[in-house]
Design a protein around this ligand. Structure first.
Ligand code: GLC
Length: 749
């Protein structure tokens, strides 16, 4: 609770950058002394060995030999506590200086208890959900000896074709910054040397989500100004929150691969932000600079990576093989090596590895304990989005005697967990079918007929059977979506509609004339305009994880009320991508609505159809805007009042308004504050999210809600590449989503 209040206080009153977290990275004089003392004893080979990370080969003897030689600083993908201790003993008792190895793993949204994918957690707009999920992951992962996770992934993602949008917190820099900072706090806990703390890793630094065409690993072409205004803020917030490590991204931006990019690694991360933790490459991303055409060979790879500011190389092994000669030739100074090794030793000391290198192999399991499962269920309840609810078909009432459970995701324990689930165990997944039977089977009859057996299933034979069964029910629950493999790394899609015969299945269900509730589990915002039409109600749950079933069952029957909102724009057609709310207005702003092509006259005059930045066949109308989500109740927003309409740059603007619950369910509304800088030295987004908070009200309850917005938070990198607040007029919205609300204006002098 303490943390909740603390974090919430930060969100409401201060920007995430200025919200002080525990000081993980204070230059603890004690630690700095130990680092220097140890460094002074190390040979060049031992120093370079610390910069080398391998993935567990499973061959303990072989790895132990390398560790004893001082050739390994870190090992990823070893999660057996007995083997972890064997490897650690080789380091602590078998190597000359006894430097412990750092055990790492991708613990992205849970270790054993799997939480919603990060895109789902972002839909909760609740940093406490993110912090709690990361904390549970850290407690479970550290119990087997993992002390470093490669998370949070805080790449701004505005292209739903990109498979890794699933791992992100969506399209908005502020939401991502808040959620990412909370995840850092969750993974690292109150102190890095707590045995349940695991070092966080802000990744992928930087701009990876802007891969051209949404194709993973593709090049990006982000200007410095856009880097600073859009892609860097979430990483700056993670650094301010104390992230112990950063990971370089695969993409080349403006021709420079991040793993060899001195500007971002040394000038920005170290020079401007003062980061003193570890920079690790992504998997083989150092050697991939040869594919990029940025490095000629392994020697060039090692020289360019280390001189650009990389401390540790993941699996490509060029440092161990090439750096000794590069130092001898003076192409890499030993002082540069020393700095990298200081960063590595500093994090190991901060983690307490020298004092407590071993994991307790006999401690009782903490996996799936009831607190963890309860936290995971809360995360699903808060992150599920109600996109449609015609005639209030949800929540199901006592008049519903029989329900039909249909669709390939109703009982898909593996796929429900989503991508990046190395250690999750599908036998612990509680599916919607199982949960509905266990929790509501005494209240309603449940008919189960999947219709299709997996999301890509094109065998339509089962559809008739499912429709026939569904016709016997009062309400049909259609669980649709994506198998886990269809999102995540290297899983980009050119067509982001529902796969297989799912749409045909839904059409058959709609044809029964019975109310259809579609519950969609996916790793991205799918193009589901037609399916939304076919459904009376739609719940969207980005791969919800272990507790997806119980949470969705309670949401469907009203024991929980949906509050999630879209962390990313839902487009109508993939051809509209990229389309996001914080776009620029352009000289010819797109207009809503579009004339059907069939109505175009023949030999129409060149300029007869006007000219604006829409498509001729699709307007820029979205399916669902960023920040959108319904509730079982309704909320009304009073007209916001501003504490002033003329402010100086160091003032704080207070925005207050009354929120009322005008419906009949206690529910939570995510209220959002957007601002537009109307005229500036460079064109600015039509609006940007600057604050949000969750407000829970009983039916009929009204409450004054207040945001505090330091004018300093309106600063942006301007034409002179300076981060400033420029004077002028601003528009401000307090709204339920990025498309609603009426603007108020204020001026900054
Ligand atoms: C992968 C991913 C990265 C992950 C790393 C280690 O290629 O890009 O996010 O942490 O390798 O598994």
């Amino acid at each position: 609770m303490r943390t909740t209040k603390f974090l919430a206080a930060c969100l409401l009153t201060l920007s995430v950058f200025s919200c002080k977290q525990p000081d993980y990275n204070s230059k603890d004089a004690e630690i700095e002394k130990k680092v220097e003392a140890l460094l002074s004893k190390m040979t060049l080979e031992e120093k370079i060995g610390q910069m080398n990370q391998i993935s567990s080969s499973g061959n303990i003897e072989e790895m132990s030999e390398l560790i004893k030689k001082g050739e390994i600083g870190s090992i990823l993908n070893e999660v057996d506590p007995v083997r972890v201790n064997q490897l650690q003993r080789a380091a602590v008792e078998g190597s000359r200086l006894g430097i412990p190895v750092l055990i790492a793993r991708d613990v992205i949204h849970g270790f054993k208890t799997i939480f919603p994918i990060p895109l789902g957690q972002a839909a909760s707009f609740d940093p406490e959900i993110a912090r709690e999920g990361a904390r549970v992951a850290a407690v479970e992962a550290s119990s087997v000896g993992v002390r470093w996770t490669f998370a949070p992934m805080i790449d701004i993602s505005r292209d739903p074709r990109w498979g890794r949008i699933a791992e992100s917190c969506g399209e908005d820099p502020y939401l991502t910054a808040v959620m990412g900072a909370a995840m850092v706090k969750g993974f690292q806990g109150d102190s890095l040397n707590d045995p349940t703390a695991i070092a966080a890793c802000a990744k992928h630094f930087v701009g990876y989500g802007a891969a051209e065409g949404g194709r993973d690993y593709n090049s990006t072409f982000i200007s410095e100004r856009n880097l600073r205004n859009i892609y860097l803020p979430s990483f700056e917030a993670a650094e301010a929150a104390g992230a112990a490590t950063f990971m370089t991204s695969f993409n080349d931006n403006d021709g420079v691969p991040s793993t060899g990019n001195k500007f971002i690694l040394r000038d920005v991360l170290r020079g401007e932000w003062g980061f003193d933790g570890i920079v690790v490459t992504d998997w083989n991303s150092a050697r991939e600079m040869i594919n990029h055409g940025f490095a000629a060979d392994d020697k060039d790879v090692a020289e360019k990576s280390v001189n650009a500011g990389v401390d540790m190389e993941m699996v490509s092994y060029t440092f161990v093989k090439q750096l000794p000669e590069l130092v001898k030739e003076g192409k890499v100074k030993e002082s540069v090596i020393d700095e990298a090794v200081r960063n590595i030793l500093r994090v190991k000391f901060r983690l307490g590895l020298f004092d407590n290198p071993y994991v307790d192999e006999n401690k009782p399991s903490v996996f799936y304990n009831k607190e963890h499962l309860a936290a995971a269920k809360r995360a699903v309840e808060e992150s599920t989005i109600l996109l449609k609810n015609e005639n209030a078909v949800l929540p199901l009432g006592s008049n519903v005697r029989t329900i039909a459970v249909v669709g390939p995701m109703a009982n898909a324990p593996h796929d429900q967990m989503g991508t990046w689930v190395f250690d999750g165990d599908k036998t612990h997944t509680q599916t919607p079918l199982a949960a509905l039977k266990a929790m509501y089977g005494d209240k309603v009859n449940i008919i189960y007929e999947p219709g299709l057996t997996f999301s890509r299933d094109t065998n339509a034979e089962g559809i008739r059977k499912a429709a026939a069964a569904a016709a016997r029910a009062d309400v049909i629950l259609a669980f649709l979506g994506e198998e886990a493999i269809l999102s995540g790394e290297a899983h980009s899609l050119a067509d982001i509609s529902l796969k297989g015969a799912q749409t045909q299945l839904l059409e058959a269900l709609e044809n029964t004339g019975k109310p259809v509730v579609s519950i969609i589990m996916a790793g991205r915002p799918l193009t589901i305009a037609h399916e939304v039409e076919l459904s009376d109600a739609v719940l969207y749950s980005f791969h919800p994880g272990t507790m997806g079933g119980p949470a969705l069952a309670d949401l469907i029957f009203g024991k929980a009320v949906p509050s999630g909102k879209t962390p990313v724009t839902f487009v109508q057609h993939v051809g509209q991508v990229p389309l996001y709310y914080a776009h620029h207005n352009t000289g010819r702003p797109a207009r809503k609505g579009v004339k059907p092509l069939a109505e175009l006259p023949l030999e129409a005059g060149q300029t007869s159809e006007g000219s604006n930045s829409s498509y001729m066949d699709y307007s820029v109308e979205l399916l669902f805007p960023f920040g959108y989500g319904l509730s079982y109740t309704t909320f009304s927003y009073g007209t916001p009042k501003l504490s002033a309409t003329e402010l100086a740059k160091n003032d704080v603007l207070k925005v207050s308004f009354e929120l009322a619950n005008t419906g009949k369910y206690e529910a939570t509304e995510i209220v959002q504050l957007y601002v537009q800088d109307k005229v500036a030295s460079v064109t600015r987004p039509v609006k940007e999210l600057k604050r949000f908070t969750r407000v829970t009200l009983k039916p009929g309850e009204k409450r004054m809600v207040e945001f505090e917005l330091p004018i300093a938070d309106l600063a942006f990198w301007n034409i002179d590449m300076k981060k400033v607040v420029e004077p002028g007029e601003f528009a401000l919205w307090v709204a339920a989503d990025s498309e609603s609300g009426e603007p108020l204006t204020f001026t900054v002098k």
